[in-house]
Each structure stands twice: as C-alpha cells, then as structure tokens.
Design a protein. Sequence first.
Length: 406
Amino acid sequence: MSDTAPHFDRIWLNAQLATLAGAAGGLGEVKAAAIACANGRIAFVGPMATLPDGWEAGETIDCEGRWITPGLIDCHTHLIFGGNRAAEFEMRLRGVGYEDIARAGGGIVSTVKATRQASEDDLVRAALPRLDHLIAEGATTIEVKSGYGLDTQNERKMLRAARRLGDERPVSIITTFLGAHALPPEATDHDSYIDELCCETLPTIAGEGLADAVDAFCEGIAFSPEQVERFFTAAKIAGLPVKLHADQLSNLHGAKLAADFRALSADHVEYTDQTGAAAMAKAGTVAVLLPGAFYTLREKQQPPIEAFRRHGTRIAIATDCNPGTSPLTSLLLTMNMAATLFRLTVDECLAGVTREAAHALGRSGEIGTLECGKWCDLAIWDIEHPAELVYRLGFNPLHTRIWRGK
C-alpha cells in the first residue's frame, strides 16, 4: 500500500445507500456502493468503483445488497418520566377531552407528581426499555426533554437522568430543558413561575451544562406568547438555543414567535397559519410533526403541509414519546403515521427522521446524512426499497445499527 492510500477502520461493501445528501433533496440513492469509517467518522461514501486505489480496512463487511440509511434521529421525546397515564387513555375513550383532563389535575401535572417521587436511578431504569425499543429500530440520536419536574431540583434530576442514558447505551442523547411545560401545582400564577424559571432554574441548569436547548409549551392551557418570550429571552442570555411546542390546540401564533427567536424548531404546529409557515422558512426553524399525539388525541386539525412545502419550511417528524398523549417508541410507525395521516411522501418521511431531524436539533453538521466527515451513524436494512420503511406496520427490518462506526 502506498503512503497516500487510505486505511479505514471499517468498510461496508456491496451496499445500496440512501445518503439523504445533496441540494436536490430526495434520498440521494447510490447503488453498488461502499461506505467506510475512520475514528468514528465517515471517511468514504460513494460507488465502489470510485474507491481509491490501495485502500485497506481493519474490518470489511459485505452488505449483500442491503440498504444503508443514516442512523435514525428522534428529535422530540419526553423519554424520562415517572408513572404512566393509562387511566387517562381510558377516560379519553369515554369522550373526556385533553384540556378537560388537564384542568381536572390530570395530564402533565399527574406525571409531575410521579416524577418528583421517583429517584434519579428510578427514572433511568424506567426509561431504558423505551430507549432500547428506539435503538432496536435504528435510532442513533435521541432528544430527551425535561418538564415533569417543574422545580429546580427535579428538573435537574430529570436532565441528569437523561444524560445518563448516553452512558448506559451506545446512543447520542441531546437534552432539552422544558421548564415552561405546565404550571406546577404549588405555583400561584404563571407570571411568578416564569420569573422563577428565568431567575433561578434556568441559570442553574445552564451553569451546570445539563441542557443543550430550552423548550416551552405555548398554549391556552400552558403559557402565553408573552410569557414564552420572557423565558426565551432568558435562554438567549444563557447562550442556549430554543424550541417551542407551538400551535397544537389553537393558533396563538407560536410558530411566528419561534421564528422570531430563530428557534431550532416549532413542534406540533397543527394550527400554524401561512404567516407562521413563511416565518419559519425564513428563519430556518424546522416544523416537527408529531403524528403520535395527533393519533392518540384523535385530533382533526392537520398541520399545514402544503403551506410548509410552498414556503420551503423544513419538515421533521418525531415520536413525541410521553406517558400521556403519545406513548410511542417507534420511529418506523411514526413514519407510517406521518404518511397516512398527514400525506407526507416517502422521501419526506425518511428525511424527517434523518436530515431534517438533525436540523431540528442544530446538529446537521454532524449527523443526519451520509457524508464524509460526519459521524458514522448507520442503519442497515433488510429491504428491497426504502419505501418499505414507511409502508410496513409493526415490522422491523433492521439488520444492523452502527453508532460512531461501531
């Protein structure tokens, strides 16, 4: 081998690639392809015929024609929580609405009680089976929000538990401080609680490096746009990017607010209007669709998909895994739901859990596509065509999952 010939740690040959790369969009398909890694990052990707002369690898794997996509990314989860809300599921089946359950002390507040009672070890132990299910379907990066502690001590506990998931499993965990999720039961009013978040909880969490971003729930049953604006201003001062639960149950112009703060994403967005869609596109704020919550709550108002397409708003999709409104731990099923309920195309669904999900986390330079220099996070599938990943129900065709080259 010449001094200039590359040495790879590992190379996969005879593969079909859906790189999700390229300005033209689409899946970026490459047939008769190879992909190689060195030091955990992609060192070669392309047709086997273009491999450099004299290459060597510590390990060579024959993919036998299997498809390789980027590792899947779940960009919106509430994976850490105590208890469950199966009883509320039964209530909804009897016709009780989400807002009625919340106002009666159920919903988020009931999970807050169970989460506060749980130890950090309890929260990690309870979350691991949910995490394992996502990993088993090819997920390599997962965002985890707090928001069920709603005081400084318990929000810190949740975020520490989320960070520990990345120590327990070979997966990238990105944490989000969702302090403005709901009004805690001991709080007297929303404005005072926002003051506490801005002056005490957020500076503490930012100072300890526990969060990668800040999130809030902008809704009639949660926080007003003015209150969210105060919280986001404090987040910017703390040097943390923001995300927003926006326009889920009504149009409070949350998408526009998110765009005004150049938020990484606005999530749910069922009631977002044309102005919000255009503002998101201009700001680079990703629309994260959460069909699991739409399905579980039996909602009727669909996200404005055509407006997002028309304005060029990026579209990601995620499980929204949580104990009440989306007890979902399958990105494969999430893709099928997004296609069936929201009429997303196969290309949009696959991009939504890879390339666009990476943008929604502010990590597009590191993950989400198969390109040289990015982390070698791969999902290798026993399929004949990528559409199978969206089309099948209750079927997992994952052959191998690779995280950072291993």
